[in-house]
Design a protein around this ligand. Sequence first.
Ligand code: 13P
Ligand code: SF4
Length: 359
Amino acid sequence: MGFIETRTPDTAPSAPQHTPDCFKPIPRPDLTYTPEVAAEMAPMYDRVKNVITPMEWPHYAPLIKAINDVKKQRNAVILAHNYMTPEIFHGVGDIVGDSLQLAKEAAVAEADVIVQAGVHFMAETSKLLNPDKTVLIPDMKAGCSLAASVTAEDVRMLREAYPGVPIVTYVNTSAAVKAECDICCTSSNAVKVVESLGAPRVLLIPDEYLAKYVQTQTDVEIIAWKGRCEVHERFTGEELEAFRAADPAVKIIAHPECPPDVIETADFTGSTAAMIDWVKTNRPPKVVLVTECSMSSNVAAETPDVEFVRPCNLCPHMKRISLENILDALLEMKHEVTVDPDVAVRARRAVERMVNLTN
Ligand code: 13P
Ligand code: SF4
């Protein structure tokens, strides 16, 4: 597997372009935890009581109720990534899942407004697949170290350096980068996408570790970029071996953004959705999900029989999203995510090629 080391500065997200009629003002709801709110929200608390304490619930319940009410008034849908905290994931997410599931659902969303409870590249992907809908992200600063590691100019440089070699971009990139690439992939379909190209050599950018993992699964020669996920790169094989030494029966399930020594230690490697499926199907007595910390809480809410060992690495970008800023986003119709139309046409092609391949 080869590497390219050069990179240039990042691009900024594009500015909002229009103000549709559906931006009508909605008065700010009362967020008091009344006995009526407690009674209405009790069935929901029953579903999350393993992971949200009785002390926290009086704060969350009125916010969750308000968001779900305003969502109806706006004809909005909330796409929540598996790394959202449980009060978001279980409380207000209409569609939850990994990057591929969210991209596919975005493509068929019936709502007027999409609120992305996730990071900026996910909101851009939703906008690419829904150019006529209003896409909001509760915090514009919710970025991603992988998306920040490569620019459109870098990809143009790669085209010159590797003429004729197809370029696959991980979905964790800006629309500007996707526009320069042949096809998109996610952690759940990267091997399939690479092999679909029928080429002996493929550039797979920007995640060095995902590229290394894909190289172990295919005979296609993979050329990688030097981007890394700042959350997954912190895990080590040594720390996981220590968990196994403490309890040899523990199962270790890793995301492919982890370093190779972590993946070698793992019993299973897959996307966040594949990791969740593995736990729900196999029901191990004890498991370590080697990925962003909140996902363990989201799965624990539904699998009380499984004990989760938690080396708690949080994604600072995902954690910018909260119930408070989701409510603000819906009330004030902010922050709108837009993509330059010329970029969008080409970036959409790369995403649609992937979606069509995996449908
Ligand atoms: P998934 O596509 O597996 O959900 O991964 C997205 C991500 O950002 C992982 O860090
Ligand atoms: Fe990006 Fe890593 Fe955060 Fe996922 S967990 S959004 S790859 S920084």
